[in-house]
Design a protein around this ligand. Structure first.
Ligand SMILES: Cc1ncc(COP(=O)(O)O)c(C=O)c1O
Length: 344
């Protein structure tokens, strides 16, 4: 079975883990501070803080912004429930916008319509699969923009197209693996101070005493992220090579739209099939179970309550992920390509 994702450690990872073990610096240690400093510089934000995962960056941000019962614009279809969960768990109201069918970013017309109808002041945009959102037009809409860059960690570096907040995840399948972990970046010191008060029970003074959380980052994960960052060139090259190979292999097939044509570095290789014949062939291949090819997008809204979202409903059924990760061998990739071509 060729799985769609596997963790291949970058050089130096074992040594880093042994060093952390020797120092007994699993949970606390200097790497937390070092990673926090590094990301602040890389993403050009004034200030930042680290958390336990991507979900908590969303939840804590909404809490630290002191939003309650606020309509918040979020994508109707995406890859996981983290965003809608965070909006609901923080006591706010999700307003589902449709996606742009090509880039998988927001559909601007739908965003403008919904923002007006629901008096929205906040939007969460997602850089799906690493395809980084262009925010210029959105910035003219007077919305507070939260960029969920969980899937585009290595892409948002020195990105001048800055959102009000940038959120990152260091979960194992993301650009820089820290097993788990997250980061919140902002230019507002007071906001990050408010986030810090929400990360751990002891610091929590900002909201309801009825419940409190432990969203702390761990030092081992931060040490791993720092090491992965040292190896970023190798990681990027490995993925660029895989991308070029898939792009070339499928370039002649009109029936397939490749998100791989983006200029940015892709963290996932998503592919959309445009006709029923190709999709039936793909489903046959999926049934054989020699190669894992999951469908990539889910509908995060209740379809009965929110019946219509044209592009998103198409995307839910037609986007597949091909095996694609740092260290994925060219032999296995060729097997994936020929299996798809045979089925077609
Ligand atoms: C776009 C997006 N946002 C948030 C998350 C949540 O991150 P985590 O798994 O670190 O909680 C993920 C990944 O799972 C994601 O892909």
């Amino acid at each position: 079975m060729i799985s769609y994702f596997k963790l291949i450690p970058p050089p130096g990872e074992q040594e880093v883990i042994l060093d952390v073990a020797k120092r007994q610096a699993w949970m606390h240690g200097e790497e937390i501070g070092k990673l926090n400093e590094l990301i602040r510089d890389l993403y050009d934000y004034r200030t930042s803080t680290l958390t336990s995962n991507g979900f908590s960056t969303l939840f804590i941000s909404l809490k630290a912004l002191k939003l309650e019962n606020q309509p918040i614009l979020i994508p109707r279809s995406t890859t996981c429930f983290a965003i809608s969960n965070a909006v609901l768990a923080s006591g706010n109201i999700p307003i589902f916008y449709d996606l742009d069918i090509q880039s998988l970013t927001y559909d601007l017309t739908d965003v403008i319509r919904l923002a007006k109808n629901h008096a929205c002041k906040y939007i969460i945009v997602v850089d799906h699969f690493g395809i980084t959102n262009d925010l210029n037009e959105l910035k003219q809409q007077n919305l507070f923009i939260i960029r969920d860059g969980a899937q585009a960690v290595l892409n948002n570096i020195h990105n001048t197209n800055k959102a009000d907040l940038l959120l990152l995840s260091f979960y194992a399948t993301k650009g820089l693996n820290g097993m788990d972990g997250g980061a919140i970046l902002s230019d507002d010191d007071k906001f990050i101070e408010a986030c810090d008060q929400l990360i751990y029970y002891d610091h929590q003074s900002a909201f309801s005493k009825a419940y409190s959380f432990n969203f702390r980052p761990n030092n081992l994960g931060c040490a791993m992220v720092l090491n992965a960052y040292k190896n970023r060139t190798g990681i990027l090259q490995s993925l660029e090579t895989l991308k070029a190979m898939y792009d070339k292999a499928f370039a002649g097939l009109d029936s397939i739209h490749l998100y791989g044509k983006t200029q940015t570095f892709l963290q996932r290789y998503a592919i959309r099939f445009l006709n029923d014949k190709v999709m039936a062939a793909m489903d046959e291949l999926r049934k054989k179970q020699n190669i894992q090819i999951p469908k990539a997008m889910i509908d995060v809204a209740d379809a009965t309550a929110y019946p219509y979202s044209e592009n998103s409903s198409q995307l839910v059924n037609t986007v597949y992920l091909l095996p694609y990760y740092y260290g994925f061998s060219s032999t296995d990739q060729l097997e994936v390509i020929s299996a798809i071509k045979n089925e077609l």
